[in-house]
Design a protein around this ligand. Structure first.
Ligand code: PGA
Ligand code: ZN
Length: 422
């Protein structure tokens, strides 16, 4: 049973405040959990509570911390941490808003994750097994989708498209996948260095070459695969996160500022069709904006032979995923715990997607902490794919390294079979 719930403000990988919660149980067990924060956030996400004002540039989280120490701690006193759904529901009901705006999703999520960690320790079950139990799944090793080149809000808008990622589709194990990814990352950096292009890191540890066109970035990806000794389209493939919601301009068009051009929805679809025809692309995320429900069916018809992932579009909200399913939009859901705000809500989003045959990609945020929870989540819920940024910076490596530990259990390797269309 929960004896003490405590919280504090800590810093994330961008040096911005975030929330850490700490749970102590009757039997002396103590666990912690901290929460991430996005830059290209969707409008439908659960709300992060920030202080405003002067301190920490207005980004302080002392109100979220006080909510945990005060109201949420009182609410959960003596509560059984094994009852995850009950605990999450109690918090959600007490918050009283649809998007957790009162307590702050940064407060509720920190508590929710600390609770599942406490329940795992209390019952002596490894965290990924406990999560599998809660989700009714058989654990498996996820395929990583890894940022190599960054643009958009993660790299000072140096390129219009936010993420150019590698998926080592031909790898026969997680550790081989990681080896190939590191080789691609090193090759991309050496190509940039040779051409005198900046190799400075973007927010998720990717490179930010600042190309004016997406085609230049796509070509560099293929070149990096080749230099790494990997056959493009067979061993290594490209995934994109267009993050279109951050390109949307007032008139409903998509503004590619670096290219000095604007595209309507139809042109966006045509553009992505051309990219997919010329480069070994297997997955496109947020190819259209979060409000562009009207044009998503056309995008899905044109490119549904690829994995089409909804991030800002679905915002890890079960009702938005259900709408997508009903309207035949996309075929995969990005899963970000803090878009939802509780673990139970996140699991519901995963089960909703999966029941309709949608693939899932368990994802970090551009602002992360050293908490490695996502690795256990991706394995436990058999997320099949994981997206936690580049193989640089300890807040990313915490997850990749935890996956290496979990791999020792001999869990099934998802390989490319977890990619939609399934
Ligand atoms: P964010 O970016 O964490 O800044 O929202 C990640 C993504 O768009 O997938
Ligand atoms: Zn995204």
């Amino acid at each position: 049973r929960l004896r003490r719930l405590h919280a504090r403000q800590i810093l994330d990988s961008r040096g911005r405040p975030t929330v850490e919660a700490e749970i102590s149980l009757d039997n002396g067990i103590q666990v912690r959990a901290s929460v991430p924060s996005g830059a290209s956030t969707g409008k439908a996400e659960a709300v992060e509570l920030r202080d405003g004002g002067e301190a920490w540039g207005g980004l302080g989280v002392s109100r979220a911390v006080s909510n945990i120490r005060g109201e949420i701690a009182a609410l959960l006193e003596g509560c059984d941490v094994l009852d995850q759904v009950g605990l999450d529901n109690r918090i959600r009901e007490a918050d009283g808003t649809h998007n957790l705006a009162r307590f702050g999703a940064n407060a509720t999520l920190a508590v929710s994750i600390a609770a599942v960690r406490a329940s795992a320790v209390a019952t002596g079950i490894p965290l990924h097994r406990r999560l599998a139990e809660l989700c009714g799944t058989t654990p498996s090793m996820p395929m990583p989708m890894v940022n190599i080149l960054s643009g958009g809000l993660h790299a000072g808008r140096g390129m219009d498209v936010q993420d150019f990622l590698v998926i080592p589709i031909g790898a026969s194990s997680y550790s081989e996948a990681l080896d190939w990814i590191c080789r691609v990352r090193t090759a991309a950096a050496s190509i940039c260095a040779k051409r005198g292009i900046s190799t400075l890191l973007a927010d998720e540890g990717g490179l930010s070459p600042g190309f004016a066109t997406s085609e230049e970035a796509l070509s560099l990806m293929v070149e990096a695969f080749e230099q790494a000794g990997l056959e493009p389209g067979v061993q290594a493939a490209i995934a994109l996160d267009v993050a279109s919601s951050s390109l949307a301009s007032a008139n409903g068009a998509y503004a590619f500022a670096r290219q000095g051009r604007s595209f309507g929805a139809r042109e966006m679809i045509e553009l992505q069709r051309q990219w997919a025809a010329s480069f070994p692309i297997v997955s496109i995320e947020d190819g259209l904006g979060e409000d562009d429900w009207a044009n998503w069916p056309a995008l899905t018809r044109a490119l549904g032979h690829l994995q089409l992932v909804g991030d800002d579009l679905f915002a890890t909200q079960p009702d938005r995923i259900r709408r997508g399913i009903d309207e035949n939009i996309a075929n995969a859901a990005l899963i970000k715990v803090n878009q939802n705000g509780t673990l139970s809500g996140t699991l519901e989003a995963i089960t909703t997607a999966r029941a309709a045959g949608y693939a899932t990609v368990i994802s970090a945020r551009s602002g992360e902490t050293e908490d490695d929870f996502l690795a256990d989540l991706a394995v436990g819920v058999a997320g099949r794919q994981i997206k936690v940024g580049s193989v640089r910076n300890s807040e990313r490596l915490a997850k990749y390294n935890q996956l290496l530990r979990l791999e020792e259990e001999g869990l099934a390797w998802s390989g490319r079979t977890g990619l939609a269309p399934l």
